[in-house]
Design a protein around this ligand. Sequence first.
Ligand SMILES: Nc1nc2c(c(=O)[nH]1)N[C@H]1C(S)=C(S)[C@@H](COP(=O)(O)OP(=O)(O)OC[C@H]3O[C@@H](n4cnc5c(N)ncnc54)[C@H](O)[C@@H]3O)O[C@H]1N2
Ligand code: MOO
Length: 638
Amino acid sequence: MAVNYPEHVTLDEAWGLLRRAFGEYAGRFAAKMEISAALGHILTEDVTAARNVPHYAASAVDGYALSAGDTAGSSFATPVRIKKDKWQWMNTGAALPDWADSVLMVEDSSREEEEVVVYKSLTPSENVRPLGEDVMAGQIIAREGEEVSPALVSLFLCAGLEDVPVRRRARTLFIPTGDEMIPREEWLARETQRSGTAAESNSLFIAASFKKWGYRLDVAPILPDVPQILKEYVQKGVEDYDVVLVGAGSAKGERDHTIEVLSELGEVLFRGVRMKPGRPAIAAKIKGKPVICLPGFPMSTAVALWSLVYPLLRLLAGAGGETRELAREALAVKKIMPTKLLVQHSSPAGIEEWLKMKTALVGGTVYSWALTSGASVLWAIAESDGVALLPPSALECERGTEVDVWMTRDADLERRALFQGSDDPAVQLLVTPIRRRGADFVCRAVGSMGGLAALSRGECHVAAAHLLDEKTGGYNDLFIERFSKGQRWERLLLFYRTQGIIVARGNPKGIYRFRDLCTKDIVFSNRQPGAGTRVLFDCLLKQEGFCSERIKGYSQICTTHMEAANRVFAGAADAALGIKSAADALGLDFIPITEEPYELVILHEYLDHPGVAALLDSLNDAGWRGKVEEMGGYRWPK
Ligand SMILES: Nc1nc2c(c(=O)[nH]1)N[C@H]1C(S)=C(S)[C@@H](COP(=O)(O)OP(=O)(O)OC[C@H]3O[C@@H](n4cnc5c(N)ncnc54)[C@H](O)[C@@H]3O)O[C@H]1N2
Ligand code: MOO
């Protein structure tokens, strides 16, 4: 079907279309605003003072009003005495009498009965704030285009102004849509929800963002996927609000009706922006007002909010600025950090990609890595240190590629230790005790082998491994020798942990020993190659004399114990090999197989690193040890 609007525009084109469509609309936001409420708004005209500030000549100090001429030649050695009718006591701020022209600080004088003894000669106007010293009536005190600051608010009052001309802020309505959306109260009230439903969380994200930006947002009830109802709400929305945001329904599903509703009601400015996430965003002009459809996934909504909605709000408020600059303002970016990619990243061709980045400083290099590019992963937005916007030309970004990260939090990288290695929930629990010690700790679960390899490349401070050597039955020695290549590595046996088979509660498939994984009709959930648990599994498989092809789900890979346990919990797998604490955390059954040593490996020169020192200290933290003991499946070394 032919369409009469641009599709798949670049972010710059999208922004140009918005500017063109709403540049004039911005003029309608001029308003007189009470001076306190005007804080943060942009002035639409120059502002002139209505009064002199101060409106009288005032003493700037505590002391004596005098005529400067009477103090000529006085000094500590040659004091002058001034008679009773030639001085007057002044408190700071008091009005200077007509006959006086200066004020002597009390520290430069003494009193002898009715006379003031002066130890300093004064010049006329000394210690006097003249009339209009701050501002003169009629003087321009703030100019068009300036933002009203706290200092201006108080100056406006002193200068006798009750209100000032500014651009008022747009009032926005957000309309969440979707048959599958569950409102907050209902979501929290019921522990289990039907499959195919989700909490309507975007309105909270948008409202919180608006609050941070100092903007007002109202939220409509969640609308079902019925075009007629959406149409009514959008029509009413553009009557009552300056900007309308529609949540979801942007893509091409059978229940995605936003485009047809917007086309019927007005002019679609564009459909689809060449960025990821946020690609299906739509903008329209209805009754002269902007209506933007935010793609439903949380990160897609966030990106459309930062890159389209916030710049639009600022345009309407009279602020200038380039789109990316405004997007950085939306994110409250603290600084732009040049980094090197720690992990290879493939970016789609011809599309700007927004990534949530985590950062760490190791051996003088600031590394960054993408937390996950999934559009629906809220956790990654919350966990990231910042955002990277990869250009359309970025395709296969190799490890080491230079990437600028827009830092959205103050991460003290000097004090942050980077851990890469075998995943373990007890290690994850160390972050809080380490932070309480004024340092920071970031864990990347990359498997035992991955951790040792990273340590040998100088890409982490600490690794952790539990790698079984099938020839000797010992752990780690062979691998550490192979990877350390003559570097001095410190080894610390953290604990022994029980590995076993994680199965559903009640063990419905009757799995009692390792062999059952090979002989029974079950689906297994595996770990990634290089993970200690995977090495163990492959060893056990060999010992039993089975080949991997016989294991259903052998190629189905998880990267953490919790992920594997969750697959069992959700019924996607019948069994996984993993540690007891992961099974316990989800109330699953556990069949112990073996106990293994779990070792931390630290590059010797990092022992004094603040993050590593805090880690080592935290290993004695009673609270942490208590929690690990409570988890079960761990034994401390003697
Ligand atoms: N055939 C195609 N399918 C999809 C395309 C496409 O181009 N062709 N684009 C994909 C992309 S990219 C995105 S992004 C999404 C956009 O989806 P919609 O805007 O149509 O939104 P829904 O399908 O209704 O929901 C998507 C997702 O978001 C969740 N959601 C929606 N609203 C909220 C809310 N207020 N709070 C929390 N979560 C929300 C919803 O449950 C869905 O999981 O389409 C792809 N598909
Ligand atoms: O563009 Mo969608 O927003 O990738 O997820």
